[in-house]
Design a protein around this ligand. Sequence first.
Ligand code: PEP
Length: 253
Amino acid sequence: MRRPFVAGNWKMNNTLTEARALMRELREQLSPQAAVDVAVCTPHTLLYPMGREIDGTAIALGAQNCHFEPSGAFTGEVSPRMIKEAGCTYVIVGHSERRQHFAEGGEILKRKVEAALQAGLDVIYCIGETLEQRQQGETEAVLDRQMAEVLHGGLDAGRLTVAYEPVWAIGTGVTATAEQAQASHEFVRSKLASIFGASGAAKMRIQYGGSVKPGNAAELMACPDVDGALVGGASLVAGDFVAIIAAAAAASR
Ligand code: PEP
């Protein structure tokens, strides 16, 4: 049985004042006993203060991106060990917004995943097809490529989560149906098995991401290969995020 994992991706939202208020609401509403791993991935400026806010709670901290070098002349970048020392357990790598707006591709993402694991961070590696790729029948080929160019058997599978995020569902309000999500997750797990072995893949968590809301979370979380969610917009509203976490907990019982 895989323990569900729900992570919030705040993207470029929340000032320190707003973040403190949201975190306070989350702390008040979140049941500490929920049988779900919970993380909040904040902008870099909020990592250290949010780490203090979540101290003593069951909420873990994550970053949304990192560089692949430990230090050096990379103006504007933040290294995995800086993120780790700020209090992070997780880092998201390969989010479609990074691929799309910052031209991040397989070669860079592979280095980022390796560097993050090396620094002691757990990685949420995002993959997903665009609408055009889905319409062309290329979904599995895209997922296959995005995994093959970054993941390999030398990585610690126990510290890797894959987030399947169809690009057409991110921030659009259109979510994959449970059938579409399950089909892709099953495919992703079969590919993970070819990289990490069947028992390694069976233990790995595959999150679904793309307009997850309280109203659709239960159906998605009930899919046998959906092990939680990566949540963007709904993670900015404490009640919605908590409801999604509750749906993941209920599905795991
Ligand atoms: C995301 O940012 O990874 C995401 C899935 O966003 P949203 O939930 O808003 O679609």
